[in-house]
Ligand binder design. Structure first.
Ligand code: AMP
Ligand code: ZN
Length: 113
C-alpha cells in the first residue's frame, strides 16, 4: 500500500532498525519505546488489523506468533518475560493502520502499551 508508513519501512523507503527479516515478516525497533525492549513485528502483506485477516492468512499469522518467542530469546527477554500487544482500531489506540504486534519487555510493568 503506497500511503502506509509500515509498508514504506518494509520497502526501505523509511529507515528503521531491523532486527529480523524474512520473505513474509519484518521486525524492527519501535521508534518510541515504552520499555528497554520494544519491537514491532509486522507481516509484509498489508493487513489493516486483525479484523482484516482472512483464512488465507492463517499460516502468516501463525508464523508471526512462532517468530516472536525466538526474537525474545535473541534479545534476551525470553526468561524474564514479555508482552505481546496488537492494537486494533480506535478504542485500542491503533495509530498505524498496518497490522503490528508490539513485543515489549526488559522491565517489570503492569501498564505497558
Ligand atoms: P499503535 O498505537 O499500536 O498503532 O502503535 C504504533 C507504534 O508505531 C508506536 O509504538 C510508534 O512508536 C511506532 N512507530 C511509529 N512510527 C515509527 C517508525 N517510523 N519506526 C518505528 N516505529 C514507529
Ligand atoms: Zn502497510
Amino acid at each position: 500500500m503506497t500511503d502506509c508508513l509500515f509498508c514504506k519501512i518494509i520497502n526501505k523507503e523509511i529507515p528503521s532498525e531491523i532486527i529480523y527479516e524474512d520473505q513474509a515478516v519484518l521486525c524492527f525497533k519501535d521508534i518510541n519505546p515504552v520499555a528497554p525492549v520494544h519491537l514491532l513485528i509486522i507481516p509484509k502483506k498489508h493487513l489493516r488489523d486483525l479484523n482484516s485477516a482472512e483464512q488465507a492468512d492463517q499460516s502468516l499469522l501463525g508464523r508471526i506468533l512462532l517468530i516472536m518467542p525466538k526474537l525474545a530469546v535473541e534479545v534476551g527477554i525470553a526468561q524474564s518475560g514479555y508482552r505481546v500487544v496488537a492494537n486494533n482500531g480506535p478504542d485500542a489506540g491503533q495509530i498505524v493502520e498496518h497490522l503490528h504486534f508490539h513485543l515489549i519487555g526488559g522491565q517489570m510493568s503492569a501498564d505497558f502499551a
